[in-house]
Design a protein around this ligand. Structure first.
Ligand SMILES: *[C@@H]1O[C@H](CO)[C@@H](O)[C@H](O)[C@H]1NC(C)=O
Ligand SMILES: *[C@@H]1O[C@H](CO)[C@@H](O)[C@H](O)[C@H]1NC(C)=O
Ligand SMILES: *[C@@H]1O[C@H](CO)[C@@H](O)[C@H](O)[C@H]1NC(C)=O
Ligand SMILES: *[C@@H]1O[C@H](CO)[C@@H](O)[C@H](O)[C@H]1NC(C)=O
Ligand SMILES: *[C@@H]1O[C@H](CO)[C@@H](O)[C@H](O)[C@H]1NC(C)=O
Ligand SMILES: *[C@@H]1O[C@H](CO)[C@@H](O)[C@H](O)[C@H]1NC(C)=O
Ligand SMILES: *[C@@H]1O[C@H](CO)[C@@H](O)[C@H](O)[C@H]1NC(C)=O
Ligand SMILES: *[C@@H]1O[C@H](CO)[C@@H](O)[C@H](O)[C@H]1NC(C)=O
Ligand SMILES: *[C@@H]1O[C@H](CO)[C@@H](O)[C@H](O)[C@H]1NC(C)=O
Ligand SMILES: *[C@@H]1O[C@H](CO)[C@@H](O)[C@H](O)[C@H]1NC(C)=O
Ligand SMILES: *[C@@H]1O[C@H](CO)[C@@H](O)[C@H](O)[C@H]1NC(C)=O
Length: 777
């Protein structure tokens, strides 16, 4: 589950629309009147909700797609001026195509996306794309031959085949693709090899099903090419035993005389809810040379019967590592599979009693053998828990204990990102300076010393990076807190830096807006240290009294209190003169990067400690003389919507709440996410009962709350709020409003719904806070 959206305003639910608009206008008029007399910043404009929702303030990050290339090293693709170029950090600048070249049967191909083969000979174009789930889509595919300057359909005889996925080989130009859930390979000489034939609506080869895409791989692909491009590893997922969740779509585009228009279209998804059968998984290999496909995996006959495969890594051209967990993610194993001998050996096997293994795909081996680093050859590097934090480890293949390369009360958040085998440097991103920042470092295999690459001194910074395939160059992304930029850098030459993005548009416009004052700090309440971020109105006046809005997410391992640049709904509510709320975000127990105990303390009982920490923080803010105690509210989306309801349930410090697309009962959410934190329902009945939103007696004491949900939510089903409303009715609870968004999925964006929901949220909260006395006394 991930937080779905960005930002912002609403419709009045518990008064009439007319009254609310009248109030908003009056309020704005009065405020403007006052501001014009007293404010120093009177020439600055307030942020506009539409601009925020439509992402006017979103920083631009140039997409640098490195491609491994046999002709040149360290090349990348750049899309510019309706053309695609192959460039390198120096002076290579080869035109791969102009959009005008893409003509098939006298028609311009209007592509939605592209990818380029490793040898840069072909460009694969997808057209007429239909989104499936969060990451996946089906499309028709065309190939552009950069040599012959010619466009052909991927399968020449079948122009409009709907393909689910296509993945280039790491060398040359072979293409693995999934059509009707079977895996095929388009070979170098454009023959099609069919690797599987019994794929069907329940059996997926090379393609994620709903739950693998959303909760395990964050990708539709379950294909891993061998480094020499002669073999493929891929998953077979069989979800025959997984039950179907079905929901209607109401607003089909079809014409009014059609059956679908009259009777609705039903969407059916195989969706395992907590405790229900997961897809079964097998790992298969195809040897393209011998045309043999065979399964090889180790989890059929023991505890790992209900395995979840997290990662597959080719160690060399004839061996892979596979990392997998049991279904509740309490045990994790890494096996080494030798494809020559078909031998399987266990490399690592660990179980936890009071916590879980998160999904990760970081494992890496030394890219080339260097006699200086021989001892680091027969094993892999990965991130593993170590003394309450996550650190870089070396895990030998022979089953000996891991060696840790880093340690301390901070996390390695991503790594190794690249390994420089000539100098023995492992690059990683970590929170060494502070959990709200991210800096780039390397650790040296010679002495395990850590060196910073980004300045982790007094300047705050949140960096990410993207290394070239050789590891010689990287794109450094500065993502906040100030206006983001990007640089291309070399690991050998410190003075080689090329600015590739400045975000000029933000430099130009940001200065003309009223922005809130942002403070990052830590709060100690009830012996727990909670990182927080507070946004105060531009012209904050300690002698006035302000409403406080908490904005929470709070899901296990997540983070909201970070120094990423953002101008979002929170910024808007804190700074716009119609609102001027103090907007606070607190990362409570359960969230990540503050120690594994802190994160895992919520185990098997979600919603209690998380809510307690929001409540403690709210009680803290309520004590400030500049806060109106009866105007403290909380809002959130997804897990944050759930946390909103649990926080309303936990105390009366919050008078109002807005829960968007909330989980209300973990029985109803998907198995892999839920069981990782809550275990199976049969093993934790009390935990599930306590975790659901259930205390309507307390909800009735709230001044008012809002629930919003999209009826087309394939992730947190509309069913969640229906179950809650049923309980509310049974308990005669009426002090809430409901906002429904037809056919919108979890992000609530279908048919202009993004604007609709943020209008609704901002108007609702504004009405709530202005219901009693005016804020401006
Ligand atoms: C896209 O789909 C439309 C309608 O199905 C079809 O007419 C058109 O040829 C397709 N375009 C391409 C480039 O395949
Ligand atoms: C998928 O699993 C079902 C049992 O749940 C089995 O009957 C079926 O044969 C399997 N399909 C394939 C292609 O393995
Ligand atoms: C591949 O790696 C495995 C594990 O280290 C090793 O046993 C095998 O000999 C290697 N094979 C080749 C061809 O290098
Ligand atoms: C997780 O599931 C396994 C069965 O796969 C079970 O033995 C174990 O007790 C569960 N974990 C916890 C903490 O209950
Ligand atoms: C296992 O491999 C590690 C690292 O290569 C080595 O240090 C250790 O001695 C080996 N242990 C055994 C029992 O072979
Ligand atoms: C490392 O960070 C320090 C401040 O902590 C800074 O002075 C120094 O320039 C940084 N090193 C590099 C290579 O940027
Ligand atoms: C970078 O420094 C090297 C010497 O360390 C020098 O030869 C080279 O010209 C410099 N390059 C740039 C772009 O300044
Ligand atoms: C303080 O924490 C303890 C244990 O986590 C909890 O039982 C207690 O209710 C908390 N008190 C407050 C005021 O939050
Ligand atoms: C406060 O927390 C610390 C660290 O978690 C713990 O050692 C200490 O016993 C706690 N104190 C109280 C009063 O709970
Ligand atoms: C709801 O909370 C109140 C106050 O804490 C408590 O007295 C009551 O027993 C709770 N009801 C349920 C059903 O848990
Ligand atoms: C809202 O929908 C209309 C009609 O489809 C469209 O023209 C308009 O661009 C949409 N507005 C936004 C902000 O998406």
């Amino acid at each position: 589950m991930k937080f779905a959206s960005n930002g912002t305003q609403g419709k009045i639910v518990f008064k009439s629309i007319l009254i609310s608009i009248f109030l908003l206008i009056t309020l704005a008029f009065l405020r403007n009147g006052i501001r014009n007399n007293s404010s120093k910043n009177h020439r600055k404009e307030p942020l506009n909700l539409e601009d925020i929702v439509l992402q006017k303030f979103r920083p631009t990050y140039k997409q640098i797609d490195w491609i491994y290339n046999e002709r040149y090293s360290d090349t990348f693709l750049v899309k510019e001026d309706e053309a695609l170029y192959l460039r390198d950090p120096f002076d290579l600048n080869e035109l791969l195509f102009s959009d005008a070249d893409l003509v098939y049967k006298n028609e311009r191909i209007n592509y939605d996306g592209y990818s380029v083969s490793a040898d840069a000979r072909y460009v694969l174009l997808n057209v007429n794309r239909t989104q499936r789930w969060r990451h996946s889509f089906t499309a028709s595919y065309y190939l552009f031959d950069t040599l012959e300057k010619e466009v052909t359909p991927l399968v020449p005889q079948e122009e409009n085949l709907r393909i689910s996925l296509a993945v280039w080989s790491p060398t040359g130009h072979q293409l693995a693709f999934v059509y009707e859930n079977n895996l095929h390979v388009l070979t170098e000489n454009r023959e099609i090899l069919t690797l599987t034939t019994d794929g069907n609506e329940n059996v997926f080869y090379g393609l994620s099903d709903w739950i693998y895409e959303e909760e395990v791989l964050s990708s539709p692909s379950t294909i891993w090419w061998s480094p020499d491009a002669r073999k493929l590893a891929f998953l077979k997922l069989n979800e025959s035993a997984t039950p179907i969740y079905q929901f209607p779509l109401y607003t089909s585009e079809s014409d009014t005389s059609s059956f679908e228009f009259n009777y609705n279209k039903d969407i059916k998804i195989k969706y395992p809810k907590a405790g229900q059968p997961n897809p079964t998984v097998s790992l298969l290999f195809s040897d393209l040379g011998t045309d043999k496909t065979y399964p090889l995996h180790s989890w059929n006959n023991h505890v790992f019967e209900e395995t979840v495969v997290q990662n597959v890594l080719w160690v060399n051209e004839s061996a892979t590592l596979v990392q997998f967990t049991n279904r509740n993610s309490t045990c994790k194993k890494t096996d080494l599979l030798d494809l020559e001998t078909k031998r399987i050996s266990s490399v690592l096997s660990e179980c936890l009693t009071d916590g879980w293994f998160e999904v990760q795909q970081f494992a890496k081996t030394l890219p080339v053998n260097n006699p200086n680093y021989e001892v680091w050859t027969n094993g892999f590097f990965d991130i593993m828990p170590y003394q309450d934090y996550n650190h870089l480890a070396f895990v030998p293949f022979n089953g000996s204990s891991p060696t840790f390369l880093t340690s301390g009360t901070w996390d390695v958040t991503e790594g190794p990102l690249s390994i420089d085998a000539s100098r023995g440097h492992l690059y990683f991103i970590g929170t060494l300076k502070d959990s709200s920042e991210r800096h780039l470092y390397y650790v040296s295999l010679d002495n395990l010393e850590i060196h910073n690459i980004t300045d982790d001194g007094v300047q705050d910074g949140y960096y990410s990076t993207n290394f070239s395939p050789s590891g010689n160059f990287y794109v450094l992304n500065y993502q906040g807190p100030r206006i983001p930029w990007q640089e291309l850098r070399s690991i050998q030459k410190d003075n080689f830096t090329v600015r590739i993005e400045e975000n000029e548009h933000l430099h130009k416009i940001l200065g003309s807006y009223n922005l809130p004052q942002i403070k990052y700090d830590k709060l100690i309440v009830n012996n727990t240290t909670l990182p927080y971020m507070e946004r105060k109105p531009t012209n904050f006046n300690p002698n006035r009294k302000y409403p406080v809005l908490f904005f929470a997410y709070g899901g296990p391992g997540s983070q909201q209190v970070s120094k990423l640049f953002r101008v979002d709904f929170q910024t808007y509510l804190a700074s716009h003169p119609n609102f001027e709320y103090i907007v606070v975000t607190v990362d409570g127990r359960g969230t990540g990067f503050n120690g594994n105990d802190f994160r895992q303390s919520v185990y098997q009982n979600l919603g209690t400690l998380e809510a307690m920490d929001q409540v403690s923080a709210a009680e803290h803010w309520a004590q400030y003389p500049f806060v109106e105690q009866e105007k403290v509210a909380i809002w959130g989306w997804s897990f944050g919507g759930y946390l909103t309801l649990k926080a309303l349930e936990a105390s009366n410090v919050f008078s109002y709440g807005m829960a968007v697309a909330p989980v209300t009962d973990w029985h109803l959410y998907d198995s892999i996410y839920t069981e990782r934190y809550m275990n199976l329902p049969i093993l934790n009945e009390n935990g599930y009962e306590n975790s659901k939103v259930h205390n309507i007696t307390i909800l009735k004491e709230k001044k008012r709350f809002l629930i919003a949900h999209g009826t087309g939510d394939d992730n947190v089903h509309f069913q969640h709020v229906m179950h809650l409303m049923d309980q509310l009715n049974l308990a005669n609870c009426y002090n809430y409003d409901m906002a429904v968004f037809p056919d919108s999925a979890h992000s609530i964006s279908y048919h202009n719904a993004s604007l609709a929901i943020y209008h609704r949220l901002s108007e609702w909260i504004s009405m709530a806070f202005s219901e009693k006395k005016s804020v401006m006394s």
